[in-house]
Structure formats: C-alpha cells, structure tokens
Design a protein around this ligand. Sequence first.
Ligand code: HEC
Length: 126
Amino acid sequence: MRRLPLWRAVGVLGVLAAGCAGPQAPSAVTGRALYQAYGCASCHGPDGRGDGPAAKATPRPPRDFHLPTPFRRGADLATVSQTIAAGISDSGMPAYKQLNPEERNHLAVYLLSLQPPAGDQRKTNS
Ligand code: HEC
C-alpha cells in the first residue's frame, strides 16, 4: 500500500504553482540579451552570423544562425537548449552547464528566430 502523505502532496503543488508563476515563457528578446551577456557573440558574432572576433580560433567555424542549413544537432527548442548545455566536443563550442534550463530556452528561441522561415531560400552573405 502506498499512500502519499498530505504534506508531501501540498509541497508538490506548491512547487508547481511557484513554477507557473515564476519562469517566463521563452522569449527571443530575453534570449538576445543573454546571448550578449554570456559572450556567445565573441564566436557567433554580434548578430549571430558566425563572424565574432574569436571565430578564427575555433577548430570548426561557429554556426551562422541566419543560414537555412540544418542544425548539426537538431533544431527543435529542446535539442538546441541541450546543445548549449552540452557543447560540441572538438569543435570549439563550449558547454554552458552553468545556465539553467530557462536561460537556455530563451537563448534557443532567440537563435531559432534568426533562421529564415522554412521554404525561404534567400542566401545570406556568408
Ligand atoms: C569559443 C567560441 C564559441 C562560443 C563562445 C559559443 N559558441 Fe556556439 N558554437 C561554436 C562553434 C565552433 C560551433 C560549431 C560546432 C560545429 O559545427 O561542430 C557552435 C555551435 C553552436 C550551436 C549548434 C549549432 C548546430 O548546428 O547544432 C549552438 C546552438 C550554439 N553554438 C549556441 C551558442 C550559444 C547560445 C552560445 C553562448 C551561450 C555559444 N554558442 C557560444 C563556438 C562557440
């Protein structure tokens, strides 16, 4: 017989309620601010075009987020968020384990907002 103690159920509900009130929905505006604050621009460039000052030093070129080409690791929100946490070994993309999931989701939404819409085959200049 398993019984959920009442205090425990109340605690879980409290955490869920705080979670709903607390974190913002992922926002590209917040993501852009975090992108600048955490130094992503040093490699990926001020506007995400892969042309930051440190880009020359990475073993692989940092991604240009304006290109329509597929992400190496997958381009859904959860995967991009996970890529930011895990980094990409041997490429120069660091692991940002210190960021919480909410911050990574803001970043991911911002990066994905830079990609041209599906079907738009515009070429960018890099
Ligand atoms: C030291 C340079 C450097 C910094 C700083 C950096 N990146 Fe990267 N990033 C890279 C490189 C290089 C790649 C390309 C990896 C590859 O193609 O294998 C990459 C790839 C990525 C990808 C994966 C793209 C794909 O194809 O799946 C994401 C997402 C990403 N970076 C996000 C970020 C975010 C967000 C930050 C800041 C929190 C950041 N990067 C900071 C160098 C950097």
